[in-house]
Design a protein around this ligand. Sequence first.
Ligand SMILES: [Zn+2]
Length: 136
Amino acid sequence: MKDCIFCKIASGEIQAKKVYEDSDVVAFLDADPVNVGHMLVIPKKHFTKISDMSSNDLGKLMPAINKLSKAILKLADGLNVMQNNNKVAGQAIMHVHFHLIPRYEGDGYVFNWKHATGVTEKENEAFLKKIQTFLK
Ligand SMILES: [Zn+2]
């Protein structure tokens, strides 16, 4: 995609600190990391969201994420793998990417996940029924 910064990194038009690359995938250090070694794993082909990808396309990413996770866990105490879709979920670059965030004992990084925000059993049951219609 013409004006996509991640497409430009994938093509080499923009330089990045590449960690890993194969014919379908590039991983590079995040330019604005939340922790040492925070990297992004992207498909070379442009997709906006994970739901735009076929299982086959997604399947090309997972071996790289697996390989990188194994290496990260030799260097760090833990690892968060995150993938955001749409602005409301925190997606800043509209090209599918997985965040691999190494975690270190005492790093102080916390996710601000709020629980018990008033979700009712009825709302969850209704969601469950609806989503099952899309999974058939
Ligand atoms: Zn792109």
